[in-house]
Design a protein around this ligand. Structure first.
Ligand code: TXA
Ligand code: MG
Length: 333
């Protein structure tokens, strides 16, 4: 059900849940100070209560409403990347709802870079907690249609068009001790670790996010809720290091009458072996464009209701880290 900006603001003020656009993915939003409203997010998403939510604020001046500390290192990151696809995890003020922080002592904050989201925060006068607007562990939505397909038509959606970034924000935690402020990457995103390092210096701990070259294993992550079953289409998904490996497995599966669809990164038309029986999508060979189109492509392939999705992994180089992270999780069945 599509609603206007004014109606979305009114519903949020009334303690209701509304799906909203952001530049990364659509969020399922509620007033971040209203525990009953926040509970509905967990219920609708079927999300465990110990998975904290990100609070979306209008501008940097509102950080001190939520965070007990705002070290200079974090101020510098906020100034460099907000509004934008960076979430900062900071020590929370005592009054901050335990529901929104999932029992953690910290709070996750982000200033979204989307004109409709910004207008909504202004019109409502609220800060809104919003996880991605999908069922727990399923693919994130990057359009209003995705939200309705995943959560049903009864969910009120503020349509802000297709998401420009396309995958979830980079999450960085910042803490301070006698030795000074430290940061750690908790979730990779299109704002890269290199860009963060340029502003904040070297991280205290190496990122725990390594997408294994074997594609076999990913380590247990540090972010609550970032476990291996995230971002999955309903169709089982398998990852391949290149087109040739994908297609040779595809041949085997087709002989066994297992139906497949493929997602290639970089043009595949030159490959003669792409059988006409194989439904497929091709994404351009550019990280930002792949990120923007990734969930849309996976939603579309999922809708084909084949037995198995075969996906070509982009190369194991830094500019592909975030896309490889999401694909690894989608493929982890
Ligand atoms: O781009 C995004 O970040 C989108 C849009 C809607 O803003 N939101 C999003 O929310 O991806 P969600 O809930 O799907 O993912 C938020 C992640 C979760 O893995 C959660 O565990 C982590 O942020 N998180 C939230 N608060 C945290 C905290 N206090 N400490 C550590 N991790 C936290
Ligand atoms: Mg999510």
């Amino acid at each position: 059900m599509r609603i206007s900006l004014d109606e979305a603001a009114a519903r949020l003020k009334n303690g209701e849940v509304v799906a909203i656009p952001t530049e990364t993915v659509y969020g399922l939003a509620a007033d971040a100070t209203n525990d009953a409203a926040l509970q509905q997010i967990f219920t609708i998403k079927q999300r465990p209560a110990d998975h904290p939510l990100i609070v979306h604020i209008g501008d940097i001046s509102q950080v001190i409403d939520w965070a007990a500390e705002f070290p200079e290192l974090a101020v510098n990151l906020a100034k460099a990347f907000w509004p934008g696809a960076l979430t900062l995890v900071l020590p929370a003020k005592d009054h901050v709802s335990r529901v929104v922080r999932g029992g953690e002592s910290t709070i996750a904050l982000r200033v979204p870079d989307h004109p409709v989201t910004q207008a909504l925060l202004k019109a409502s006068g609220l800060s809104v907690a919003a996880p991605s607007a999908n069922l727990f562990t399923q693919l994130s939505p990057t359009s209003a249609d995705h939200v309705e397909a995943g959560l049903g038509n009864a969910i009120p959606v503020l349509d802000g068009g297709a998401c420009r970034v396309g995958i979830e924000s980079t999450i960085v935690s910042v803490s301070e001790d006698e030795a000074g402020a430290h940061w750690q990457l908790l979730r990779p995103g299109m704002i890269s670790e290199v860009e963060i390092t340029r502003v904040a210096g070297q991280p205290q701990y190496a990122s725990e996010i390594h997408v294994e070259d074997t594609l076999a294993s990913i380590p247990v992550p540090k972010v609550p809720g970032q476990h291996a079953l995230h971002y999955s289409p309903r169709t089982p998904l398998r990852l391949f290091k290149d087109k040739a490996a994908l297609l040779s497995e595809c041949k085997v599966l087709m002989q066994e009458k297992i139906t497949c669809a493929a997602l290639f990164v970089g043009a595949a038309e030159a490959l003669q072996y792409t059988s006409s029986e194989l439904p497929r999508m091709e994404l351009p060979d550019l990280p930002a464009q792949v990120a923007e189109q990734l969930y849309g492509a996976l939603h579309a392939l999922d809708d084909l209701k084949v037995d198995c999705l075969l996906v070509e992994m982009p190369p194991n180089t830094p500019e592909w880290t975030a896309v490889r992270d999401r694909l690894s999780r989608a493929g982890h069945h």
